[in-house]
Design a protein around this ligand. Structure first.
Ligand code: AMP
Length: 406
């Protein structure tokens, strides 16, 4: 669906054009018409689906076409973190560049100046306020926040807010809002406590599900929690000690593809690389070698994660944690195609733990953790709440057979 089909105000369309958006994403296509018609929404959509524009665009449209605008806050967008508040405020600024709309982001950690600006905005009324729950609660407690004309409430990443212990703060803020308002709740996951929250604050909501695809069950998944410097030694160890023939390794950057390929070649493996720095001919050549089995280890950037159909990949290694759940599913879906079984291993560095735990959440269960050989030294703790059977996973997936060709 094109953005021109929503009936948005011209001034907003200019902002959408400037952002370079033409076609709506699935979540946008599904929620924008309902928001425009005044319905409450509960949507399960993760970051990366275009959920921010899905609520910002119809809100901006409604606010700029509303003749009754007063000196009050019209829309409150509550988010878990200052980073997200800043990001949403930046999107907002871009979309509303050609429309006259006032907005402010309110989050903790600012200096005295920021506080004075925030106070001014919330007491005079800004059209859209993006805030973290605790900071908004502090302003409300001081009595000057103009909320009597509020019409729209958005809770973004609601599951994360509850995980961070913001339930009471959110409810405090909501108690100070006019009861007649439109409510939009976005959450990556829909655990019971989100349903409870929705029951408390939404009115006959429309439910929208942008479910991520699940990996095929026949893929055996495994993750190793390591320090960054342990990744290359661990990959080498895994390749030496496994029985897999065709292995595809994904890295997030061309640099790590090149480095890993160099190291594996040096260690004697039959490995080669594919990424966007290579000429098309070279890429085709590498791919056809891999398809035919002459090349047994292919190291790639994400250019291979979607769509390319190679039937006989037995092992996929995520050298870096993929960006999100959807990418994870696409990457590991390169193995176990057709009727074959496959194994997918992800190496998780300390800095990637949060990203990986978010992926596990989306998958609905923890990925079993493998045990890193003692020779590689001590490993970090996995601080996510997920737990897994480490020993079992290792024995099951790395039998003694050392028939790896390289
Ligand atoms: P979000 O899920 O809101 O974090 O958005 C993810 C990314 O997709 C952001 O960089 C947006 O700017 C971009 N995006 C959102 N909607 C569209 C669209 N309809 N067309 C192109 N890019 C989009």
């Amino acid at each position: 669906m094109k953005f021109t089909e929503f009936g948005f105000d011209e001034r907003l369309m200019e902002g959408i054009d400037a952002a370079g958006y033409e076609d709506a994403t699935p979540v946008q296509e599904q929620v924008i018409p309902h928001i425009l018609s005044g319905k409450d929404i509960i949507a399960s959509a993760q970051t990366g689906t275009g959920k921010t524009a899905a609520f910002l665009l119809p809100l901006i449209h409604k606010i700029i076409t509303d003749v009754e605008q007063g000196n009050t806050i019209s829309a409150l967008v509550i988010v878990p973190t200052r980073e997200l508040a800043i990001q949403i405020a930046q999107h907002l600024e871009g979309f509303s560049y050609f429309a006259s709309i006032s907005s402010i982001a309110i989050y903790g950690g600012g200096d005295g100046n920021a506080f004075i600006q925030e106070k001014k905005a919330v007491s005079m009324g800004a059209d859209i306020v993006v805030c973290t729950p605790g900071k908004m609660m502090s302003h409300i407690k001081m009595g000057y926040v103009k909320l009597q004309g509020l019409k729209y409430l958005v809770l973004d990443e609601a599951d994360r807010m509850l995980d961070m212990g913001f339930f009471d703060d959110i409810m405090f803020v909501i108690k100070h809002l006019p009861p007649k308002r439109q409510n939009l709740l976005f959450s990556a996951t829909m655990p019971h406590k989100i349903r409870e929250l929705a029951r408390k604050i939404l009115h006959q909501p429309i439910e929208v599900n942008i479910a991520i695809s699940k990996p095929p069950e026949k893929i055996i998944q495994l993750a190793y929690i390591v320090y960054d410097t342990q990744k290359i030694p661990l990959v080498t160890h895994l390749l030496k000690n496994s029985q897999f023939n065709n292995t595809l390794i994904f890295c997030s950057s061309k640099q790590s593809v090149k480095q890993l390929t160099r190291d594996l070649k040096r260690a004697g493996f039959n490995a080669d690389e594919i990424h966007s720095d290579l000429e098309q001919d070279k890429r085709e050549d590498v791919l056809s070698q891999f398809r035919s089995g002459r090349l047994t280890i292919l190291i790639a950037t994400d250019i291979l994660s979607r769509g390319i159909d190679i039937d006989n990949i037995e092992l996929v290694i995520n050298f870096d944690v993929p960006h999100d759940g959807e990418d994870y599913v696409h990457r590991i879906g390169r193995t176990a195609r057709a009727m074959a079984d496959g194994t997918a291993i992800t190496l998780v560095s300390t800095a990637e733990q949060r990203k990986f735990s978010a992926i596990e959440k989306l998958l609905g269960e923890p990925v079993p953790k493998g045990q890193v050989p003692e020779a590689l030294g001590p490993v970090p703790e996995y601080t996510s709440t997920s737990s897994a059977n480490q020993q079992g996973a290792k024995r099951k997936f790395f039998p003694k057979n050392r028939s790896q060709r390289h």
